[in-house]
Design a binder for this molecule. Structure first.
Ligand code: NAG
Ligand code: NAG
Ligand code: NAG
Length: 421
């Protein structure tokens, strides 16, 4: 295993429940500098971005995030030992049958973003946030990923047989403090998914310190999991904004966005951690929606991340880095997940209220789809609901009207322990 992967793993696994920062020793500082050098690739151009969705007549909220435009070929993805001899290039496009479909069910475009006077990243580069020492120190407190045994147990217990124990991942031996309220594809030994999608609305639940709260689309086969969605995560981002995220887990390696190698970014306009604060819904008021897909290119086996009705291509997870997902996924999930370390109250999820069956009041994932083995889009009309703590969070699946059309909604959310603080 390569040293850098070990390094990342160390950073991510060194979560130890200790609150606050320590003074760094000189050797720790040297180590940090090394990590920074690995994570921060030389910038071709440095840009300030201001995001907004064109539908909303405003530039009222501006975000001063600074991104480096990193040469496509220098991105961290290509530090992956299995991508040494890749032939990827900045013009790559997926061949997806679903792209040709015509949807009457339209959402706003994620890429209608406005960059400052300098414009977005030039072709051949990708926007990547510069990592600071503070980021690395904070991110040491990121919790371990969600327990992958959950799925195995859940599947098989549905079948009334012994829960399957998978001892692959050492990280599972740590206690887990994630709670989910989700819908998932019903267990079927023959499940073979080539992709999945959803339309989701964005909220900004109140999350402090080491808590986080997220909504995601998750696809899985065994211990390989890909996630995309939005999250409020001060430990990851250093602020309490609602931001886009991806999470990659391949056996023992797991990370957000591009903190580990594996995801090849191609889009010059959409950073993986982009702020969504201008599209945050107000409960009972306006709701903004974004469409998200993870779809496998049946020719290459790469898993593409696509946003909006235009199928804006953000980038892809190359087939080479997987064993299980090299072929297809067996589970798909939609919904909310929260986390807090021991002794810290559980944060709110979604709209911060339990769903009431009204899409103006509830956080949701609607129009959920899976792609079957041949890459055909199928609407999902049967799900299994799983809620870790029904006293704090809820999830329901029902048909609701929206703009005279009716869609199936996964409505999820809850106050957590907020009322008890
Ligand atoms: C797509 O939708 C547009 C507008 O509704 C329509 O004019 C066009 O014929 C449709 N194309 C296909 C391939 O269905
Ligand atoms: C589930 O149960 C069916 C019928 O008893 C059996 O054929 C199948 O192998 C079981 N699947 C798993 C994964 O245990
Ligand atoms: C994929 O889905 C389409 C449409 O629902 C269906 O006609 C086709 O038989 C499915 N293919 C497989 C392999 O399940």
């Amino acid at each position: 295993m390569h040293q850098k992967n070990l390094l990342m793993l160390y950073i991510l696994l060194s979560y130890d429940g200790v609150q606050g920062e320590r003074i760094l020793s000189k050797s720790e500082d040297v180590e940090l500098e090394k990590q920074l050098k690995l994570l921060n690739k030389p910038a071709i151009k440095i840009v300030q971005v201001i995001f907004f969705l064109s539908l909303f007549f405003c530039l009222q909220t501006k975000y001063g995030d600074t991104y480096d435009c990193v040469d496509f070929y220098k991105q961290h993805a290509f530090d992956h030992p299995l991508l040494k001899d890749h032939n990827f290039h900045p013009k790559m496009k997926p061949t997806l049958s679903s792209i040709k479909k015509n949807s009457s069910d339209s959402t706003s475009s994620w890429s209608s973003t406005i960059w400052s006077k300098d414009g977005c990243c030039p072709f051949g580069t990708v926007p990547i946030k510069r990592i600071t020492k503070d980021d690395i120190l904070r991110q040491r407190h990121l919790p371990p990923p969600e327990d992958v045994t959950f799925d195995a147990q859940f599947d098989v217990s549905n079948n009334n047989s012994e829960p399957k124990k998978d001892t692959h991942l050492d990280i599972r031996k740590q206690p887990f403090f994630n709670l989910v309220a989700i819908a998932r594809t019903p267990y079927d030994a023959n499940n073979k998914f080539r992709g999945a999608g959803m339309v989701t609305n964005f909220y900004n639940p109140e999350v402090d310190g080491r808590q986080h709260s997220a909504c995601r689309l998750k696809i899985q086969k065994g211990s390989e999991i890909l996630q995309v969605g939005w999250r409020v995560d001060p430990t990851l981002y250093g602020d309490s904004k609602t931001r886009l995220f991806i999470h990659t887990q391949v056996d023992k390696t797991h990370c957000f966005n591009t903190l580990c190698s594996g995801f090849v970014h191609v889009n010059t306009e959409i950073p993986l951690d982009m702020s969504l604060m201008n599209s945050v819904a107000h409960r009972g008021g306006t709701t903004f929606e974004g469409r998200i897909y993870i779809e496998q290119d049946l020719d290459s086996g790469n898993w593409w991340l696509l946003l909006s009705d235009n199928y804006d291509q953000v980038g892809f997870w190359p087939q080479q880095i997987f064993t299980g997902l090299a072929s297809f996924a067996t589970n798909v999930e939609w919904g909310g997940v929260v986390y807090s370390p021991p002794g810290v109250p559980k944060p709110p999820m979604g709209s911060s209220y339990s769903p009431i069956g009204d899409n103006l009041y509830d956080a949701f994932c609607r129009s959920i789809t899976v792609l079957n083995e041949t890459g055909t889009v199928n609407q999902v009309d049967k799900v299994t609901i799983h809620i870790d703590n029904p006293n704090m969070y809820q999830a329901i699946f029902e048909r609701l009207e929206s703009d005279k059309e009716s869609y199936l909604y996964v409505l999820y959310g809850g106050p957590g322990e907020k009322s008890q603080i």
